[in-house]
Design a protein around this ligand. Structure first.
Ligand SMILES: [Zn+2]
Length: 484
């Protein structure tokens, strides 16, 4: 009898659980799409491609330090000024820390806070070996502009400037001040460029309406059960740290090894780091991302996410397994990247050293991750960090008017895209601007194939010219929506 009662109770609870979870999933409705009077501009894509090609031909490789000869950046700025005459005519040019530059286009309404459009002038080096075209030739071929920086990120800079050039040519004048902020060392963390620009603006008493920089991505929704494209807007950046793990042991000749060796102990430590991954957790940006995507998902995904609070213990590990991308979103990742022992094969080294590269999730820090690694490997392993470690950035506001307008603009120009915030897993100059606004957004308005995206920092980097025109339309529309 008691068994029967327990059975019925369990059955009733199961029915209740299923009804509640299904009801919650059914309550997730797609947001209404607002009517838009958007009429796309005609863009002369070949003319924009020529401008990008010329920009690629100027070899603005990041300087090793700010004392090195950076005259190439002046050459680059003269070029930019020559191909965007209307912007140049209307702009005040401010050089910051020698090579970083602000072009300020003053708006007619001083009560509006300025918008900052970011891009970096510098590019990573390119060895011509293995390239189909000269990496600094700017060759236009088969609908692409080839060369280093054609994607990362001279394309975005050219599109952003061209968008305003077109409006100014049409005789339109912005009401809101627009600041083009172009650093010169993003590829080396932006400390001489973006950081100094933001300090300069802060010292000048400037507050910003919003910042837009590279980052974000356009994804095929299939991996998340969505039959549309997803435009992800980066609302924060993961932190970064390189941890050096060091094991010291008596060295000597390899013919008479000690019971434990430095290399063996280092290997064990690295194995432990790999095995004891950091726990996944929900952060503000991941919660917001899934909340924005859930209405568009197929039923099983929707069911899972509508009940995220109840199903969390299952959902978190599942998302870590689904794909490397969702794994990166959910947790701090730890990747062993280097290991070093003796310099000759028959020597026991006195010291073995390895590096673990960490991308740190919102809510954790360089220090807390170090504490996790130390606990995992034990006290006999010394841990230090390399220069350049940085905590995760603050998280941008997605309830702002600026975010709403960015979302609207993406929806208009890239019709049918679903827009969602997300934690950007790489780095950009944008992280240096949180002193000026909470509305810091990262979005690269160029759809690209995975194959083309993999060319960034690699061989045969190239920019699709049709997408370059689409990106130009994006910036033009963003100015119309937020600055005119
Ligand atoms: Zn970049």
């Amino acid at each position: 009898m008691a068994g029967q009662i327990i059975g019925y109770t369990l059955l009733a609870l199961a029915v209740l659980f299923i009804s509640v979870t299904v009801a919650r999933a059914l309550a997730v409705k797609k947001p209404k799409i607002e009517d838009s009077e958007y009429v796309p501009h005609e863009i002369d894509k070949h003319a924009v491609a020529e401008k990008l090609s010329g920009a690629v031909r100027i070899k603005t490789v990041t300087l090793p330090d700010n004392d090195a000869d950076g005259s190439v950046f002046y050459e680059y700025q003269r070029y930019i000024e020559s191909v965007f005459p209307k912007v140049t005519e209307n702009a005040e040019k401010i050089l910051v820390n020698k090579y970083a530059v602000i072009y300020k286009i003053k708006g007619s309404d001083e009560t509006l806070l300025p918008a900052a459009v970011l891009a970096h002038q510098d590019v990573v080096p390119a060895d011509p070996e293995g390239w189909e075209a000269d990496p600094f030739g700017g060759e236009i071929r088969d609908g692409y502009v080839y060369g280093r920086g054609s994607q990362d990120m001279k394309s975005q800079m050219i599109a952003a400037l061209e968008g305003l050039e077109i409006l100014l040519t049409e005789g339109k004048r912005p009401r809101r001040t627009i600041l083009f902020c172009f650093g010169h060392d993003e590829e080396l963390r932006g400390t001489y460029g973006a950081y100094e620009i933001s300090k300069y603006l802060e010292n000048s008493g400037v507050r910003l309406e919003y910042v837009i920089d590279e980052g974000g991505t356009v994804l095929d929704g299939k991996i998340l059960g969505i039959d549309k494209k997803i435009a992800l807007v980066g609302t924060c950046e993961k932190g970064y740290a390189d941890y050096i793990l060091k094991v010291k042991k008596d060295g000597g000749h390899a013919s008479a090894p000690t019971r434990r060796t430095a290399v063996g102990m280092l290997a064990e430590a690295i194995y432990k780091v790999e095995k004891h991954k950091m726990r996944p957790h929900w952060t503000k940006p991941t919660k917001e991302m899934f909340a924005a995507l859930a209405p568009h998902m197929n039923f099983p995904f929707k069911l899972a996410l509508a009940n995220r609070d109840i199903l969390s213990p299952l959902l978190k590990p599942l998302l870590c397994l689904v794909s490397p991308f969702t794994n990166c979103l959910m947790r701090t990742t730890l990747a062993p990247t280097q290991a070093e022992g003796a310099s000759t094969p028959n020597t026991l080294p006195g010291v073995a050293e390895g590096t673990v590269n960490a991308r740190i999730n919102t809510g954790e820090s360089v220090q807390s991750v170090q504490a996790h690694i130390q606990k995992t490997v034990g006290k006999h392993v010394e841990i230090s960090t390399l220069e350049g470690s940085i905590d995760p950035s603050p998280v941008s506001d997605t309830s702002s008017e600026a975010y709403a307008m960015l979302k609207k603009t993406i929806g208009e120009v890239f019709s049918g895209y679903i827009v969602a915030p997300y934690p950007f897993i790489a780095a950009s100059d944008a992280k240096h601007y949180y002193n000026l606004t909470d509305n810091v957004y990262r979005f690269t308005p160029f759809e690209k194939s995975v194959e083309d995206a993999n060319r960034i920092h690699g061989l045969n980097e190239r920019q699709d010219i049709d997408m370059l025109a689409e990106g130009t339309r994006f910036f033009l529309r963003l100015y119309e929506n937020t600055c005119l």
